[in-house]
Design a protein around this ligand. Sequence first.
Ligand SMILES: Nc1ncnc2c1ncn2[C@@H]1O[C@H](COP(=O)(O)OP(=O)(O)O)[C@@H](O)[C@H]1O
Ligand SMILES: Nc1ccn([C@@H]2O[C@H](COP(=O)(O)O)[C@@H](O)[C@H]2O)c(=O)n1
Length: 202
Amino acid sequence: MLIIGIAGGTGCGKTTVVNQILTQLPEGEVGIISQDSYYKDTSHLSYDERIKINFDHPRSIDFDLLEQHLKDLKAGESIEQPVYSFVKHNRTGDTIKTKPRKVMIVEGILILTHPELREMFDIKIFVHADSDERLIRRLKRDITERGRDIDEVLARYQNTLKPMHQQFIQPMMEYADIIIPNNKYNTVAVDIVKTIINEKLQ
Ligand SMILES: Nc1ncnc2c1ncn2[C@@H]1O[C@H](COP(=O)(O)OP(=O)(O)O)[C@@H](O)[C@H]1O
Ligand SMILES: Nc1ccn([C@@H]2O[C@H](COP(=O)(O)O)[C@@H](O)[C@H]2O)c(=O)n1
């Protein structure tokens, strides 16, 4: 199994890059794990308490479960990947059966901050986009897709997202094997990653 970790700040385009990688690859050969699925269960908290959580700090992620799931997949076992709701700020209680594939892609803002997880990646990719570009994309996406308004996105950006990005996410670029500049759509870089995956699949 080839395990590829794709990190980078919010809005840099990780999910988009993953979807571009998947196009034209043989179906059923590549599996995806999203770090967002592993936000800790917060059912014991009220909604008002949940919205105050710092979701850009590594402690918000259940890294033990993520690491265990990756180990299970490597051992050839399927896992039940939790489903997360950005509207409720909590896991939904549903899971998605995720089967082991020849290539597994793990994507998320904080995946390179966890040393044990980092060790498991055969290839580490950091997607980079400038912070103003990321903020613009995040505003548009969170308002249209994640049930947020402009005040929520900007307050979260100033209070937690920006300082956490500087403290935990940006420094992880030094661990990357490949850095994808993504201020604009970068089809060349995506094609290179596809080529690496295709070689593994042959
Ligand atoms: N290179 C790009 N240029 C312009 N918009 C982009 C680009 N990559 C992604 N986007 C858009 O930005 C938003 C955030 O992208 P997404 O892939 O969800 O980022 P991430 O997963 O890193 O948070 C989405 O609405 C997406 O369509
Ligand atoms: N309930 C939540 C949980 C997380 N976030 C934000 O999501 C960002 C990470 O996801 P990306 O798809 O953008 O990489 C992160 O910056 C958290 O602030 C949230 O807003 N609400």
